[in-house]
Ligand binder design. Structure first.
Ligand SMILES: *Cc1c(COP(=O)(O)O)cnc(C)c1O
Length: 390
């Protein structure tokens, strides 16, 4: 949920002086990215926007509204609670729960909130049917089939029988079948291309085995990477997350795809001090000054989502200038070197991710430094950072 500002006093939201650190979210960028994704799809291909993990840290409700404006037809979430939160905020479009719901309480709530469960086996299918019957409703479901991710999904060779079984369960309405690519990020090397081709082949085999029955099913396989890689992976719908938030999943970028990051992470300078040569900075004195330096304390730390492993490896932007982060990042604060910028004072806004003037820092810059991926960086910003819409 987006955290709104205290409304008592009127202040320009993105410079609220009561905020020490915050996340700025630009819904227009998410809407524009949604249109960019729609542009690479055939007219008949549907777009499911994946808004799990609080919309990859951007605020699920904010993202949901933006992607629906941009033309997405449905939403995907990971957990039951994420789906319920969206329904409680008034989102009415179809929502698919991508995770596996196993017990009657979860499946029952899923039905009550009109969320579509993903089924991977016969046990949940009959349980879901039983619950739906008791509630006197027909439940729309999708079946997941494993083609090589080896995570959720029934075995490929069990799928035809399972589909037949579900078709015979009178309170279930099988709307779709899907699988998930093991390819998501990184270089499109020979191995990843082979794995994707193998997964596609398996999915195609199943579809042809199902013959006529497959026609009325919504078939879907691609994530962001699959969507940009090859339109043969699109089928009837694609499930896109990362690209909607402005990041390209693959290192080889497509020229026709212009995505804009929708998030900025900002904090304020809370203290400035001059330090003599030979002074140890922050925990462990991992950084010792060699020359006189001016150091600024910034009110954001690893408890806000700035990973401690980034210590000493990133720069931040202040007044359009890169300033190196120095010493260990602590729970609530970090230090930056402002020796070369005498015009920087307490209260100044520091951009950790985002742009300031002509310069910019992205989640990909951080993920490269610590051997992570942009997905992980985006969903790492904590609730202590208010989400401010710009
Ligand atoms: C997270 C997820 C997606 C979206 O993946 P991106 O790489 O962010 O586009 C699609 N499908 C499933 C099943 C997922 O779990």
């Amino acid at each position: 949920m987006a955290i709104s500002l205290i409304k008592k006093t009127k202040l320009v939201p993105n410079v609220d002086p009561r905020h020490r650190a915050w996340v700025e979210v630009n819904p227009d960028a998410i809407e524009a990215n949604t249109k960019v994704v729609k542009n690479v799809l055939f007219k008949s291909c549907l777009l499911m926007a994946v808004v799990k993990a609080d919309g990859y840290g951007h605020g699920a409700f904010t993202v949901a509204k933006a992607v629906l404006r941009g033309g997405a037809q449905s939403l995907g979430v990971a957990t039951l609670q994420e789906g319920i939160d969206l329904r409680q905020s008034g989102i009415e479009c179809p929502i698919l729960v991508l995770g596996n719901l196993t017990n009657p309480e979860e499946l029952g709530a899923c039905i009550d909130w009109d969320l579509m469960p993903t089924l991977s086996g016969s046990k949940e299918s009959s349980l879901c049917n039983q619950l739906a019957k008791q509630k006197n409703v027909k439940v729309r479901v999708h079946l997941k089939v494993d083609t090589g991710m080896t995570r959720l999904g029934c075995e490929l060779n069990e799928a035809p029988a399972l589909i037949h079984e579900i078709d015979n369960l009178s309170s279930l309405d099988l709307q779709g079948i899907y699988s998930h690519l093991a390819l998501a990020d990184g270089d499109l090397d020979e191995t990843s291309a082979q794995v994707t081709a193998m997964q596609k082949q398996k999915f195609d085999n199943l579809i042809s085995q199902l013959a006529k029955r497959s026609r009325s099913l919504c078939k879907h396989l691609a994530n962001s990477a699959g969507t940009f890689l090859d339109d043969q992976l699109h089928y009837d719908m694609v499930r896109v997350g990362l690209a909607l938030y402005g990041y390209s999943p693959i290192n080889q970028e497509r020229k026709d795809v212009e995505l804009q990051p929708a998030i900025s992470v900002k904090a304020r300078i809370t203290f400035v001090r001059d330090v003599a040569p030979g002074t140890g900075l922050s925990y462990g004195h991992k950084f010792i000054t060699k020359v006189p330096m001016r150091i600024a304390v910034v009110g954001i730390g690893y408890a806000d989502g700035v990973a401690r492993s980034l210590s000493g490896k990133i720069s931040v932007l202040v007044k359009g200038q890169f300033c190196p982060q120095v010493g260990s990042i602590t729970m609530d604060q970090l230090l930056i070197d402002i020796t070369n910028f005498p015009n920087i004072h307490v209260g100044e806004i520091v951009t950790l991710i985002g742009s300031d003037g002509k310069k910019a820092i992205t989640a990909s810059d951080w993920s490269r430094v610590i051997g992570s991926i942009p997905w992980e960086i985006l969903c790492s910003f904590k609730y202590r950072l208010p989400r401010v819409l710009i």
